[in-house]
Design a protein around this ligand. Sequence first.
Ligand code: GDP
Length: 358
Amino acid sequence: MSKDSRRFRQPIVVVLGHVDHGKTTLLDKIRGTAIVKKEPGEMTQEVGASFVPSSVIEKLSEPLKNIIPVKLEIPGLLFIDTPGHELFSNLRRRGGSVADIAILVVDIMEGFQKQTNESIEILKEKKVPFLVAANKIDRIPGWKPYDNEPFLVSFSKQSKAVQQRLENAIYNLVLQLAQLNFNAERFDRVKDFTQYIAIVPVSGKTGEGVPELLALLAGLTQRFMRTRIGFVEGPAKGVVLEVKEDQGYGYTIDTIIYDGILKRNDTIVLGGVNDVIVTKVRNLLLPAPLQDMRISKTDYRSVDEVYAASGVKIMATGLDEAVAGSPLYAVDNESRLDEYKKIIKEEISKIRFQKNIT
Ligand code: GDP
């Protein structure tokens, strides 16, 4: 996509939910789908995140166009690779989260559990909207799987008894959400997405329902978050996901850039263990192409610049003291350096405070 046609950045998506409810499996399925369906040359791997291009979402949602009309203006969706609470707490941004939207994964047979409720609390506190993925529909007794089909297509081919079992399980989730003061409904019955939480039945194992899940994430962020995801051509804003010592690269930081453009040689400021770190970007690294599976995300190619939203590894001096969860700003005007340092100091003290009380 050319620089000028970039009206929106990729919405950033996180996956939360109770242990063993299928977060990792669902993310792997989404990632795998993107790799198989992408156009030749399109990159899907980033550092700490995976990109699902709009071309993939449009292809998948083709059979759904009468129900979910999606004409995508966003370039795609950026999924944070590590699911669960832990990394989510490193995605902080002033007054909220770097995540634009979340998928709350719930095992449809088990319903809400302790960490499902905890996830909802965190999402409420950070004001992140979410969809519920009612996962493992293939485990409903009698379910006949139709791999990678939209849920609505597969559902229409199930027996009446199986359909009823699924409806009962969804109704249970609706009740559990009602107890937490949320209105919720199966996605295809939701009339007003600002008032109701959409429940999307899926299987991370068979891929059923993944087309609807992606179409809804893309459609809803594009429709209701236009200002938030509007692309700004300014200096980069980001967050430090992880600090790592990489063989051959020394200390590097894995970051999510959620706003603007980051270039090689940019001056960046971020939080350090003892003081604010001011340094220059020496190299920007993305996973090398052809290494499409997650396990081999160890070879990198360097790039001159990255656009929000993206997951990128930054090489620079002085990063051994960097703090995960710290904000990161590119500074294009040295006179504003003190202003940025002050913001970083404030944010870092909040991270320390939170770590002390948990
Ligand atoms: P996480 O702890 O939430 O990341 O859960 P995992 O993705 O590790 O899944 C936990 C277990 O549930 C694993 O044994 C998965 O194979 C299984 N699982 C996950 N999703 C599905 C699904 O959609 N259907 C079935 N039948 N099993 C699933």
